[in-house]
Design a protein around this ligand. Sequence first.
Ligand code: ADP
Length: 490
Amino acid sequence: MKTVPKFWFEPYPWIDGDWHRDGVTTEVLNPATAEPLAAVAVVDAAVVGRAIDGAVAAQRDWARTPAAQRGRVVGEIGRLLLRQKDEFARLLTAEQGKPYAHAVAEIDYAASFFSWFGEEARRVHGRIVPHPEPDREFLIRYKPCGVAGLITPWNFPLAQGAKKIAACLAAGCAAVWKPAEATPLVALGLAPLAAEAGLPAGLLQIVPGSGPLVGGVFAEHPQVPVISLTGSTATGSTLMAAAAPGIKRLSLELGGNAPFIVLPGADLDFVAEQLVRLKLFVSGQVCVTANRVFVDEAGHDALAERLVERFAAAKVGNGLDESVEIGPLIDGRACEKVGSLVDEAIADGARALCQNRGYENDESLRAGSFFPPTVLVDVRDEMRIAREEVFGPVLGLLSYRGVGEAVRRANETPQGLAGYVYGRDLGECRAVAESLQVGIVGINEWRPLKAEIPFGGVKQSGIGVEGGEEGIREFLDTQVISLPVPPLEP
Ligand code: ADP
């Protein structure tokens, strides 16, 4: 059994390179045991204002710092994260609940964004465009926007922040980061690393607190031109409305309802193995996880059988126990929400083939927010469980009669984040992938997300992208200078 590490940070907001040792505290609980991990001070509007002011002052020099130097600092934060990987992973598991191995994967993933954007900092360059009139030319430049407000959720408390912070700092901007209420610790853990990496004070401010409060300050503050949120679609919509009067630039990574299409003749052993990994990753609390599994009638029963076998055998428990494959959900409310979707689907005609409650016999898990890994068949498109993001370890199977029908039904949702296509004929897989109205598709791959590629949703799943060479653009303004070209001397 792994243990909760000793804290290398203090449970206070991090402002201008120091802990702001003040404020009302809230308890952070371990979702596997309900034990308190720490009391963290949360910010009020005045403290957020101070953080923004400090960021504005620090950003002026940062924007003038050579890009290569900024990049080195950003890359160094990633290197320091990897050096402290085990401590971060144990804290992440204690705070978020995910199994230790998933936590390690998250630290690696987070570090990859610091590494990637550390390199990209040097590749932000403009261009010269010929002018249609004589003796002039256009200079196109990309300039840092200033201070960005960053808001992240609890499912990947470090990586969701890392994606935004790395791009923001590499671009020459300052970041004011509000982690989720349930998971501020791992976020605060990043602060000493940023300082050690040589990041000047004020460029990364960390302000734990309420979403509506901090989001409201970001939306109203004239010196926060960009707000980047990863969260639910409802929160994205609320924030957009709040930011509308100030015409803020928004970058939104919102909810998904990913279709997972199993084509006729697919290798069902492989599909089952991949689908179970995808669905059990962070207990299904992932916006890109498979939400609707479309399988052709002929393969339906055989796939269901394989999924049940694996779900029934999966070990649920405290993620600090390394034999555990599925941790708790984030809190009791999340369990109730997933439970209501499952109960409603069953009342509507779906059948539960597996509800793995093995953890109920373990006394030490009694107070944790666990949900039984569940396989449902006879799910229909109109059920709430197929229309809403489930955010739990529940696999719902929907059968289809022709690939065209599967694609049409897969696209019948206002969300468009991720999709998955599994089959043997790669031409067919690719044609289906191209027809899906989503931002990213994995063909015979359960986790295609990487720092190297731009990731973002279409439709109501978001605006803008993170990662890739495009990710840094979210924090850059385009400026054009039209200038006369002096006549060339012979
Ligand atoms: P989830 O369901 O994943 O918790 P939320 O959208 O509720 O998603 O939360 C994601 C982040 O958005 C959290 O940091 C939360 O505090 C923040 N948040 C919630 N409401 C608002 C809001 N009105 N404005 C800005 N941020 C918000």
